[in-house]
Every structure is written in structure tokens, then in C-alpha cells.
Ligand binder design. Sequence first.
Ligand SMILES: C[S@@+](CC[C@H](N)C(=O)[O-])C[C@H]1O[C@@H](n2cnc3c(N)ncnc32)[C@H](O)[C@@H]1O
Length: 227
Amino acid sequence: MVWEALEAALAHPGAFYEQGARIVDVGGGTGGFAVRLAELGHQVTVVDPSPDALAALGRRAREVGVEVTGLQGDLSDLASLVEGGADVVLCHGVLEVVPDPAAALATIREVLRPGGTLSLLVAQRHAAVIARAMAGHFPQALALLADAPDAGKTGHRFTSDEAESLLAGAGFDLVSTHGVRVFADLVPGSLLDLEPGAATSLLELERVASELPEYLSLAAQLHLLAR
Ligand SMILES: C[S@@+](CC[C@H](N)C(=O)[O-])C[C@H]1O[C@@H](n2cnc3c(N)ncnc32)[C@H](O)[C@@H]1O
């Protein structure tokens, strides 16, 4: 669903991405998204501090015969690493681990050209609270419930309101917020393996629920698009 939303944003008429967007995937890791975007003809750069992840990215890109630039670095150095800016920035699963999410978004805004698109994927706090409570870890669930993101520590999880106000605070205009994996983590894997068609039905259910604001606080992750 994240991929579909991203693909639609890139194909949006007037987005001027038909000729190939300059895309920066910050914390892009081993290139799951970056390589697919390069396959669509975009110029993709992954910035990641992990040399192992970048090596795996290089192998993955070579396997499918595309070029992806891998730069070892930290989100806070993005402006100096990415020359000429970006049409699209992906920041998937990274805001959770940086010490100051607000500063991170401000840095991303610096490299994004006016009207460019940010694809932001973050862990959603209440799903983690529910997971801990269901496992019987009630004190941890309670601690997490009150654990609003704070500059100076890492391991953040975000509610949709928190993620959206962080984006607004960094000067972004929100385009959409979708819930990702509303049910998938709650369903026993054995059920999906044993019942014919269950995986397809679950996917359809996830697709519909991802659009409904009522389900955002159950989603494991939030996918936000902003300009
Ligand atoms: C959870 S993984 C997400 C990988 C990928 N974006 C994805 O969605 O599959 C987090 C990635 O962020 C990278 N990372 C951690 N701290 C970072 C930082 N300060 N700046 C940029 N990337 C960072 C890690 O090396 C790792 O590849």
C-alpha cells in the first residue's frame, strides 16, 4: 500500500516526474524501495549510515541491472550530501531513530525542491501499546501510552496528530495520511497459511481500512505524503 501511494504520487499529472525524478531515500537501508524506483527510471540516491546496508543495496541494484547511488551518511548531513536538491524524499522508518524528529524534517525540507514530495513512514504508537498489552506487558504498555515524542531521545513512535503536526511545524503541507498494517500483525500467521484466499482478503481489508481515519490509531505504521 505504501508502494501504491508512492507510485500514484509519482505518476500524478503535473508532478513533472515523467522524465525521472531526483529521489533521495534517507535511511533507505538495503534499497527495497530505492531499487524499485530506479527500475521505474528515476535517479535514486540512498543516504544511510550503515556500510553493510549500502553494500546490500549495491548487490540488489546490480542484480536487476539498475544504478542507485549509495552515500554513507546521516540524515543531519543531508543538505551537504545531496547536491542540487531532490524532487522526492523518502524517509521510511527513520524518524523513530533520530534524536530530534522536528530537526530531521526541517533538514529534509531544505533539500526538497518547492512543490516536491515527502514520503514519510513512521511507527504508530497506539499499535505498539496494544501489542504490549496483548502480550501481558501492562507496565510497558502504560509507559508507551504516555510516551510522546521528545527531542533528545530515540525510539519514538507517533500518533497521526503528532506526525501531522511535526510536518506542519517543518513547513510541509499534508497531502494524505494512511494507516499501514491495521490488522496484519494481529492475525495469527497459521490462519493465513491454512485458509485459502485469506491472505488476499486480508490485503483487501487492509486497503479499505487504510483510508479510514477511525483505524489510524490501530495501524502499526502511518504513511504520510506531504509537499
Ligand atoms: C528500519 S530501517 C528502514 C529501512 C528502509 N527505509 C525501509 O523502509 O525498509 C532504518 C534505516 O535507517 C538507517 N538510519 C539509522 N539512523 C539514521 C540516521 N541518523 N540517518 C539516516 N539513516 C539512519 C539505518 O541504517 C536503517 O537502514
